[in-house]
Design a binder for this molecule. Structure first.
Ligand code: ZN
Ligand code: ZN
Length: 285
């Protein structure tokens, strides 16, 4: 199987040459994928997947909240030391602050991220979700750290149950980061959603809002920008959410998670319209 971190990094480097206005974002992302890749290499996949696997037939397949915090402590510390060496001053400062905490305090962002797992942006189910996830300034570190761990575990078993039609990931329960369109031999313009945490893809109906299930075409406007032909905004006026779609029919070399990240102007446009992203990406955009 292709190494997802190498693929993403190569795409980010390629886009760097084409989209100078997002150079800072992509340069940072390249460094981040390096740190994520070395972390992914060290994940004891079968041991941890054994521990967090749901009973046969239950979804999501993995219970992320069951990851062993004590065993994450050392890799998290190493990851932070690495992140402290690149990125913006804010990113470096945050990493330093966490490194200076005691062992238990340092794990706080991981605890919060596990607790808030699978909740989409702006969702308040028990009144604490927003606070848990977004109220912590250190969510970025937790998410960037957990992403390669969950991705490595998920890759071991990502075959889709045939009847899965939900708006969240059947492997880890995470919300979708991006929608993907592609032509398959038996289905032209097949739509799928890609998980924001483990990159698993699952088929999803076209003309359906992944957040609220709206299916009326005139409530699901599409916005495109001339500068980026293969990425667009799919909005829903019923729940005021949006997700970006990467159309692989228009650019077969696109890597959805990376092209999503680079198309910042679409987020700016959508947010100006008062729309909330279904799920901010790893850089918080
Ligand atoms: Zn997932
Ligand atoms: Zn909706």
């Amino acid at each position: 199987m292709e190494n997802p971190w190498t693929v993403r990094r190569a795409r980010a480097v390629h886009l760097l040459g084409q989209t100078p206005h997002v150079e800072e974002i992509l340069t940072f992302y390249v460094r981040l994928t390096e740190a994520q890749e070395s972390l992914a290499d060290r994940v004891p996949v079968s041991d941890w997947s054994e521990r967090i696997r749901s009973p046969e037939g239950e979804f999501p397949r993995l219970r992320v909240a069951g990851l062993p915090l004590d065993e994450l402590a050392l890799p998290f510390r190493e990851f932070l030391s690495r992140v402290a060496e690149f990125g913006t001053e804010t990113i470096k400062d945050g990493a330093q602050t966490l490194l200076s905490r005691d062992d238990d305090g340092r794990l706080e962002p991981l605890r919060a991220a596990r607790g808030a797992w699978g909740k989409t942006e702006g969702t308040v189910e028990n009144g604490e979700a927003d606070e848990e996830e977004k109220g912590d300034d250190f969510y970025f570190y937790a998410r960037a750290f957990l992403e390669p761990i969950i991705t490595s575990i998920a890759q071991a078993d990502s075959s889709q149950p045939t009847d899965w039609t939900q708006g969240f990931c059947f492997v880890c329960g995470g919300p979708p980061q991006v929608a993907v369109l592609r032509d398959l031999p038996d289905a032209l313009g097949r739509r799928s959603l890609m998980c924001s945490m483990c990159a698993t893809e699952w088929r999803f109906q076209r003309l359906t809002c992944p957040h609220c299930g709206e299916t009326e075409a005139d409530k699901l406007p599409v916005h495109t920008a001339e500068s980026i032909a293969h990425v667009r905004v799919d909005a829903c006026t019923t729940c005021s959410r949006y997700i970006k779609t990467v159309d692989l029919r228009k650019d077969g070399t696109a890597v959805p998670l990376v092209d999503e990240l680079a198309a910042v102007e679409l987020d700016i446009w959508a947010q100006e319209q008062g729309l909330t992203k279904l799920r901010a990406n790893v850089l918080g955009l």
